[in-house]
Design a binder for this molecule. Structure first.
Ligand code: GLC
Length: 746
């Protein structure tokens, strides 16, 4: 399928298609309203649903939506005009003609004037956040996320086009490969082409975050993660045996370094056979899991989809006997190679295959006492086919998934696998935790994601910011990059800076490749270990805030990381990509360059307080701040109350025993925490702190007060009078368990 990537699509020969059926309807899902526009040629496609948007309700009339009209083949909506196009059969790349026959137009597309719009979305891309000027295929591929490499592991056919503070959201709910050309082949024009005889579009319009929320909720609410998933994870390809694993565990304990889980990469298996454990390398794995589990540290094994095709291996035998594997064009089991060779691939488009896999996951995870599952190579990646590495490491486009072609459903492979895995883990009664490399819209219902095989260099550290922001804008809020970098060797400076940025990643895991130098936070000794311990402890202090943001993502689809322009769309500087917002309360300006001792920071409009030093800055404007290794430039917005915990690790409950709301004073003050057990299915409660500050008097109260909740103010002189609190070492501390509390300066 690599040939698609260099295909110069003859857009100027596409035509207004004749004889297409269409359906235009207003739909609602999770409280979000959008237009759905479906064009199709085969009657059976008219009744189609999904693959990403499932269960949307058709509204009898469209209240609250800007009108959409379809005249001829032109859609008009909220000031945008999109023209429908068809690709005649003869213009298709020859290799795909036999696969896409049976309809007059094997591919359908759109063109629309871009005007002055800025474009975002399309999931993870190894480049800046803004998509204008580029062309992007949505086709999952196992390729290093180095600058210029495109596409990568995930496929997210959706865009946001911004005109000032308003955005158009367009989701193409189609799994076949699709191309988004956003001013690449024609500077003023957006062009979309899907290699499918139907076009299933969802359109919405509004303020940026409203549209992000809408696109996310249409494809499904993000999962509610267990609290421990937000802790710190340590991995390596591979901790080779039990001794190696225990040694890492011991070093974390000795060095008093926070640790939530250790990860098992492919060498834990016997001959790379999924759902097995090597009896030589890990003879007592269950006992090891229990021993570490007693100290709160969990184990997460990798589970790849490639099943070793070995006679007598029960997973293969059963899948084969039941016909659950992807087949070749001759209707035989398709064999290739990945880590196991030969290997076959479960066909996750089929319910029986998903049920089969779910049960295997359940039994395996339960049997060894694992905490979650790591899904990799799920694009799916194929390292060998008929003796050589296939183009794009992909199965052939004509491979069979029941009655469907690999070309049509490749992009859904990880989604089906994650759904099956989620089901298997749900049977254990805990909140499932899955990490995935590949994905499609909807994957946020089941999994966290990481951005794959980056490199240990400052360029990739910096690149992780737009990559994670884009995943958030595309509906996947829980993501991280390999901290320290995967390929190549980390340096202590790089790792320290990366650990600080990682402390703000929605998903925080240090991972590195086979044969690279060690990069656990203790690997370089002092003073580096001390600084990394600080970063780790800071992550654990921040957990109540991160957990509240995770809950908000689950309820509202809003990403944890947000580009500055999402909140300040009118400010030119808000389009920079080396700073970002974590929720609404925090703005980060991480150090992403080698040797940098001072960081230039753009302060957004309003007042912002340095979280570490208490210094107050008035925006908008540029400032220079010192950038030591012992902290990260992080600013709290005036009027927010940021919930912080004592740095206790590993995590236990999300009813944090000691909470401190750090206040950044403003006329109105608000902040909240979400409290529950941190796992399980019971609903928790939001607890909110509210207050006011008029320059002389601060008043605060906690809704439903509880014990051991404090408020803390930095950078103010000593008050004249305090009720319900003390003044200590330059800080005002107020006890929110005592009803209404206040302090007066005049
Ligand atoms: C892939 C993954 C990487 C993993 C390796 C071995 O390269 O992206 O994270 O360590 O496979 O399983």
């Amino acid at each position: 399928m690599e040939d698609l990537l260099s295909w110069d699509v003859p857009f100027h020969h596409l035509e207004a298609p004749q004889g297409l059926a269409s359906r235009v309807e207003a739909v609602e899902k999770e409280g979000v309203r959008a237009w759905r526009v479906l064009f199709f040629q085969r009657p059976s496609d008219g009744a189609k649903e999904g693959p990403a948007v499932l269960g949307a309700r058709v509204l009898p009339e469209p209240p609250g939506l800007p009108p959409l009209t379809l005249e001829g083949s032109t859609l008009a909506f909220a000031g945008w005009r999109l023209a429908l196009l068809g690709l005649p059969h003869g213009l298709l790349l020859p290799a795909y003609r036999p696969l896409l026959d049976g309809a007059s137009y094997p591919a359908l597309g759109l063109t629309f004037p871009l005007g002055g719009a800025r474009c975002y979305g399309l999931g993870e891309r190894a480049r800046g956040l803004e998509r204008r000027g580029g062309r992007y295929w949505n086709l999952t591929a196992d390729r290093f996320p180095r600058p210029g490499q495109d596409p990568l592991y995930q496929a997210h056919p959706l865009i946001l086009c911004l005109r000032g503070a308003r955005a158009l959201g367009l989701l193409l709910d189609e799994s076949a490969p699709s191309l988004f050309d956003l001013g690449f082949s024609h500077p003023g024009e957006g062009r979309v082409l899907a290699l499918a005889p139907r076009l299933d579009l969802y359109l919405l319009e509004g303020e940026v975050l409203e549209v992000v929320r809408g696109l996310t909720l249409l494809t499904g609410r993000p999962l509610m993660p267990p609290l421990w998933a937000l802790g710190y994870h340590q991995s390596r390809y591979s901790y080779m045996d039990e001794e190696a694993l225990k040694e890492v565990f011991r070093r974390f304990q000795e060095e008093d370094l926070p640790l939530e889980s250790l990860w098992l990469d492919i060498h834990y298996m016997e001959g790379y056979k999924v759902f097995t454990v090597s009896p030589h390398r890990f003879p007592h794995l269950r006992a090891v899991a229990e021993e570490m589990g007693a100290k709160g540290v969990r184990l997460v094994p990798i589970v790849d989809p490639g099943v070793k095709a070995e006679p007598g291996y029960p997973v293969y035998e059963e899948a084969k006997a039941r016909g659950l594997l992807v087949q070749n064009e001759r209707d035989e089991v398709l064999l290739g190679g990945v880590w196991p060779r030969p290997a076959a691939w479960p066909d996750f488009t089929r319910e029986e295959a998903r049920a089969f896999w779910a049960e295997k996951v359940r039994a395996f995870v339960e049997g060894f006492g694992f905490a979650g599952v790591w899904n990799d190579m799920n694009e799916p990646a194929v390292l060998e086919l008929e003796g050589k590495e296939p183009p794009l490491k992909a199965l052939p486009p004509g491979a069979r998934h029941g009655g469907r072609l690999h070309l049509e459903v490749r992009n859904l492979y990880a989604l089906g696998m994650a759904e099956a895995t989620f089901r298997g883990l749900s049977a254990l009664g805990r909140r499932p935790f899955i990490l995935t490399r590949s994905g499609f819209p909807g994957i946020q219902r089941y999994a966290f994601a990481w951005t794959g095989d980056n490199a240990s260099c400052f360029e990739d550290l910096a690149l992780s910011i737009p990559m994670l922001l884009s995943l958030g804008l595309s509906g996947l809020p829980f993501a991280g990059a390999d901290v320290g970098g995967f390929n190549e060797d980390a340096t202590p400076e790089l790792l320290t800076r990366w650990m600080w940025l990682g402390a703000l990643y929605p998903f925080f895991r240090n991972h590195t490749a086979l044969g690279t130098r060690r990069q656990e936070p203790y690997a370089f000794g002092e003073p580096w270990t001390g600084w990394m311990r600080e970063a780790l402890r800071f992550r654990y202090r921040l957990l109540p805030y991160l957990y509240a943001l995770a809950r908000q993502a689950h309820e509202d689809g809003l990403p944890l990381w947000r580009p500055l322009f999402a909140h300040f769309p009118q400010e030119l500087e808000a389009y920079r990509e080396d700073q970002f917002l974590l929720g609404e309360a925090l703005m980060a300006a991480p150090v992403v360059r080698q040797g940098e001792a001072v960081r230039e920071v753009w302060i957004p409009p309003g007042t912002w307080q340095d979280l570490f030093t208490g210094e107050v800055f008035a925006g908008p404007g540029l400032v220079q701040v010192p950038a030591p290794f012992s902290r990260l430039p992080l600013f709290q917005k005036a009027g927010t109350a940021l919930p912080l915990a004592e740095p206790r690790y590993p995590t236990a409950t999300a009813r944090f025993p000691h909470l401190t709301f750090r206040l950044a004073l403003g006329p109105e003050i608000r902040g909240r925490v979400y409290e529950d057990e941190g796992d399980g299915q019971e609903e928790g409660v939001w607890r909110e702190v509210c207050g006011a500050f008029d320059g002389k008097r601060l008043h605060l109260f906690l809704e439903e007060p509880r014990e051991r909740v404090m408020a803390e103010v930095l950078g103010m002189p000593r008050p004249l009078r305090i009720r319900g609190g003390v003044w200590r070492e330059g800080r005002l501390l107020l006890d929110l368990g005592k009803g209404e509390v206040w302090a007066r300066w005049a």
